[in-house]
Design a protein. Structure first.
Lengths: 239, 290, 325
């Protein structure tokens, strides 16, 4: 089984305190890996480390065997890593198509090619009808979709999804779940952070659990759900 | 250059630096809480200078006493500008606020130009040329008084920020606006209050510098730059750092001017600023790219 | 979104240039004004590359104007280097300055860049004012003679007009090419949200520096042309904050991040200045301040932006949003 991403003893300190501490795990090519943990466990920080937005204080990140520790986000995008952001940030004054085209330009130099590739992604997501709308005026569900569309535009092999269903109603959540599965069918490896348990447990092939910046569990959804350490970590927080 | 002259130059630089710090703190506070770089900060200082000047000329009011008028006037001005011009564009892109404050600065400085004309004026009080001896060093009395008052103002600000509810709300908003909202803080009014405080600090600095400088309408732009140098030296948004930044700037300017040509005095601060940008731009935000 | 009408952009540029080329024949006695219109339109367009497209506010672009004026004039008056080589040398120097300076400041937030531009322009002005041996100090530089390439009289207002028109044409073409390219899309992404643009493969520092260098080179050329036109200038006239603000204002009024916006803004602003010359001169900066405040508060996309919004609403009212092929 090929390994898409692996971290070894990854660590980052903020003001002397480790926000992520000695985290090691692998992501297998083609799988959907769920990343969960109580609030403040370090999930988004881990994403930032793996996507180049933060430089680790220690440890390494390997992408398909290649050491990419400390590389900036644009270099990682070129190597096939893409991500969404927890707080969606579209380019407000560009159109939906324009938003997606920015990513498409990574692999398509000319404007017609980039826009064609962007249009194809919009069709895949069922968004072609709002292609000419200014992104700043979109509703939240559309913004969430746009966020995913943009991330797909760079043609990633590894996609990091950060709370893509937060704030959506149950019907919208189901649509996103189906979408994530279709993305995986296209051959993209996915790591997904989510708070809604049924989403994570239903989607993931494997789950990694963080607490206070450390990995406390790593296994199948069923195994992780039954893990006493995990249960204790979640019971310990206010819900 | 004798040791005494050196000490004297240094002492003068530090005293002036104290007042620079006052200007820088206002700017830093505004940036820390509102994430706005106030390009009209120097012009606000100029407004303070002219207000005190007018009060002296027409009412015989001593500048230090006129602080009692300038402080509430400054607060009113700050509230007006923030409510009318800054609050409506709070959620827009960063450069929008920059443009807005540039525009405000132009209106203020050129409004002063209209009213007072371009020729430099100075205020001559009975104590303007008085000096004080501290051991072997002779220091300008008004400079000492200004420095002392600066210390008082900074101390008052410190107490405000650390001991009062308003101060706590300000610090919470600076840290995380959304979290502060969740705590029930009306961040809109906090921003107004902060801009008002920043305006008052700038105008007060103008009053304190009045006995020492020539006043002319465009004096503000040089001080906007000085305020920026101070805040960058101390770290943008770092109020305590601005104090050290101010003292450092005052010192560097003073010593630099006495060693080199005084013509280049203003350039010294600017070059120092550019050097700081090159070497240690943000101070606190070491590893993160975001 | 580029074109407003059915005509593609290069055709519209050509049309504009052709129209303006007739100006000296139609208004032969206001060539100075015509020159100013074109020169400032060209420099405002150049400013917009980094200010409107990349969203990095330069408040000290006069640094490049002055650089172009001084370098090209000094090379000619002191060393006899013909003006066109002087201009090229100045452009290279300006691009280099922008590269180094951008390299330092573009790693940081936008406000630092804006501040640094004011600082650099001011430092250059102070140096030019005080280093009399090199720059003639506050007395400035006087250009008594000029070379005559192909027998052209460079002092002739008509010749200068057409040179400025050429510069405007080049600036507009550059703006168009940038806007239609991957580079332009990346600049806009940086302007809209620099952090998320990085995840899409954009290297913000490198793109901003390139835009800045391009903008600098064009502005330097403008400065050199300005010097030839004035034939006498001093530090205050070419490094002035007022000059920098004018360029910014023209782009804002006309519409930042559009090909023709800055030109429109230049024409409008200079047109007003000329029409109300007596009152305007005294109050120009004050009025600029008011205009900036009013526009930022109520029409942030400038005049071209307003047109575009009105146009788009009218067009969308006539047909439903269609699918993209």
């Amino acid at each position: 089984m090929a390994v898409a991403l692996s971290t070894r003893s990854l660590r980052i300190d903020f003001g002397g305190l480790p926000a992520v501490d000695d985290v090691s795990f692998d992501v297998v090519e083609g799988e959907i890996l769920g990343l969960i943990g109580p609030n403040g466990a370090g999930k988004t920080t881990l994403f930032n480390l793996v996507s180049g937005y933060l430089r680790p204080s220690g440890g390494q990140v390997h992408l398909r065997g290649r050491d990419v520790t400390g590389m900036p986000p644009w270099a990682l995008a070129r190597l096939g890593v893409s991500r969404t952001f927890q707080v969606v940030r579209p380019f407000p004054r560009l159109t939906v198509l324009g938003n997606v085209a920015v990513g498409a330009y990574l692999h398509h130099r000319s404007r017609p090619d980039a826009e064609r590739a962007a249009a194809e992604i919009l069709r895949f997501l069922g968004m072609e009808r709002i292609a000419a709308v200014e992104a700043g005026s979109l509703t939240l569900p559309s913004r969430k979709r746009l966020e995913i569309a943009r991330a797909l535009a760079v043609e990633p092999r590894l996609l990091l999804l950060d709370e893509v269903v937060a704030g959506l109603n149950p019907a919208e959540v189901e649509e996103i779940i189906a979408l994530v599965r279709r993305i995986r069918e296209r051959g993209v490896t996915i790591v997904i952070v989510e708070h809604i348990m049924r989403v994570i447990m239903g989607l993931s092939d494997r789950v990694v659990v963080l607490n206070y910046g450390r990995k406390i569990a790593d296994g199948s959804p069923a195994a992780v759900a039954a893990d006493p350490g995990v249960i204790a970590a979640y019971l310990g927080e206010d819900d | 250059m004798t040791v005494v002259t050196l000490l004297q130059t240094a002492a003068g630089g530090i005293l002036t630096g104290g007042v620079y710090a006052l200007i820088g703190i206002g700017l830093s506070l505004i940036f820390g809480v509102m994430r706005i770089v106030n390009f009209s900060h120097g012009e606000l200082m100029a407004v303070g200078m002219y207000t005190a000047f007018v009060l002296f000329r027409h009412l015989g009011l001593d500048p230090y006493v006129s602080l009692l008028v300038v402080v509430p006037a400054g607060a009113a001005l700050g509230v007006a500008v923030e409510r009318l011009l800054l609050a409506p564009i709070a959620r827009a892109a960063e450069h929008t606020a920059i443009l807005m404050t540039v525009g405000v600065g132009l209106i203020l400085s050129n409004g002063l130009l209209f009213i007072f004309g371009a020729h430099p004026q100075t205020l001559l009080a009975s104590y303007s040329t008085a000096t004080v001896r501290l051991g072997p060093i002779t220091l300008s009395l008004p400079l000492l008084v200004s420095f002392a008052l600066t210390v008082v103002v900074i101390a008052a600000l410190y107490l405000l920020l650390t001991r009062t509810d308003l101060g706590r709300a300000i610090r919470a908003t600076a840290q995380n606006r959304d979290a502060a909202e969740l705590q029930g803080i009306d961040t809109g009014w906090i921003r107004t209050a902060v801009f008002a405080i920043g305006t008052v600090l700038a105008m007060a600095a103008g009053v304190l510098l009045l006995p020492l400088l020539y006043v002319f309408p465009t004096v503000g732009s040089a001080f906007t730059l000085k305020a920026f140098v101070v805040t960058v030296l101390g770290g943008m948004g770092n109020v305590v750092g601005a104090i050290f930044g101010g003292l450092l700037l005052g010192l560097v300017e003073s010593l630099g001017a006495s060693f080199g040509a005084t013509n280049y005095r203003d350039a010294i601060g600017l070059v120092a600023f550019l050097l700081v940008l090159l070497v240690r731009p943000a101070g606190l935000f070491g590893r993160s790219r975001v | 979104m580029s074109s407003l009408g059915p005509l593609p952009t290069p055709a519209r540029i050509a049309l504009l240039v052709l129209l303006l080329a007739a100006y000296p024949a139609v208004f032969p006695r206001t060539l100075n004004f015509g020159f100013s219109l074109l020169l400032f339109a060209a420099m405002a367009t150049a400013w917009d590359l980094v200010g409107g497209w990349a969203g990095q506010l330069s408040l000290g672009h006069a640094a490049f104007v002055g650089l172009g004026a001084y370098v090209s004039s000094l090379l000619w008056t002191r060393l006899g280097v013909p003006i066109w080589w002087g201009i090229l040398a100045a452009m290279a120097g300006g691009a280099l300055l922008a590269w180094a300076w951008g390299f330092v400041t573009f790693r940081l937030r936008g406000a630092y860049f804006a501040l640094s531009t004011i600082a650099v322009a001011e430092v250059l002005r102070i140096v030019a004012n005080n280093w009399a041996d090199l720059t003639g100090g506050p007395e400035g530089i006087s250009i008594e003679t000029l070379p005559a390439p192909f027998g052209l009289n460079l002092f002739s207002r008509t010749v200068q007009f057409y040179l400025a028109l050429a510069l405007l044409a080049v600036s507009l073409l550059v703006s168009w090419r940038v806007g239609a390219s991957r580079f332009g899309a990346w600049l806009e992404a940086i302007r809209e949200d620099e952090d998320s643009s990085m995840a899409l493969g954009v290297n913000p520092a490198r793109a901003k520096v390139l835009a800045f260098a391009l903008s600098a080179a064009l502005t330097v050329a403008g400065g050199a042309l300005y010097a030839v036109h004035l034939s006498f200038f001093e530090p205050h006239g070419v490094f002035d904050l007022q000059l920098s603000v004018q360029l910014v204002l023209m782009a804002i009024v006309g519409g930042m991040g559009t090909v023709f916006g800055p030109t429109l803004g230049a024409f409008v602003l200079l047109g007003f200045q000329e029409a109300f010359r007596s009152t305007f001169q005294q109050a120009s900066l004050f009025i600029y301040g008011v205009i900036i405040v009013v526009i930022v508060r109520w029409a942030p996309d400038g005049l071209a932006g307003r047109f575009r919004t009105v146009w788009r609403r009218a067009r969308d009212g006539r047909r439903a949003l269609d699918t993209v092929a």
